[in-house]
Write a protein that binds this ligand. Structure first.
Ligand code: THU
Length: 139
């Protein structure tokens, strides 16, 4: 069970990221924060590119910051957007989450009005392609 104050802090840090987002093309800022097993929070924003397909979502920025800082186990993820309904992660981010997080890890999806929905990664991406799936064919 995640501490409520920790979740509030994650929402705060993800919200700050809305101002860091580099979104000259979509004008759609997104913020995210991920909690390591050790209790450290990494926050990220979306970073777009003139070559649109190279844009990186907020969730992946947060995850990659944590991974590149040496963390490998995670307990919670928050994503926030200025949407009517709580924002929902794209398919690419769901796949990246499923690489590094247990399928029962909760993802809190929030909008700027404070509405939220919580789902596990397993709910967001059932039957994911996971590292162990490459065992077949190995000599
Ligand atoms: N985006 C995210 O950063 N996270 C999401 O969950 C949904 C979409 C970004 C990608 C792009 O920069 C912009 O939002 C519009 O799709």
């Amino acid at each position: 069970m995640i501490d409520g104050d920790k979740v509030k802090e994650m929402i705060k840090q993800a919200t700050v990221m809305l101002d860091q987002a580099y979104v000259p093309y979509s004008h759609f800022p997104v913020g995210a924060a991920i909690l390591t097993r050790e209790g450290k929070i990494f926050a990220g924003c979306n970073i777009e590119n003139a070559s649109y397909g190279l844009s990186n979502c907020a969730e992946r920025t947060a995850i990659f910051k944590a991974i590149s800082s040496g963390y490998r186990q995670f307990d919670y993820l928050v994503v926030i957007g200025q949407t009517d309904q709580p924002i929902t992660p794209c398919g690419a981010c769901r796949q990246v989450m499923s690489e590094f997080c247990q399928s029962d890890m909760p993802v809190l999806m929030v909008n700027s009005k404070g509405d939220w929905v919580s789902q596990t990664i397993g709910q967001l991406l059932p039957d994911n392609f996971k590292p162990g799936d490459m065992e077949y064919g190995k000599q």
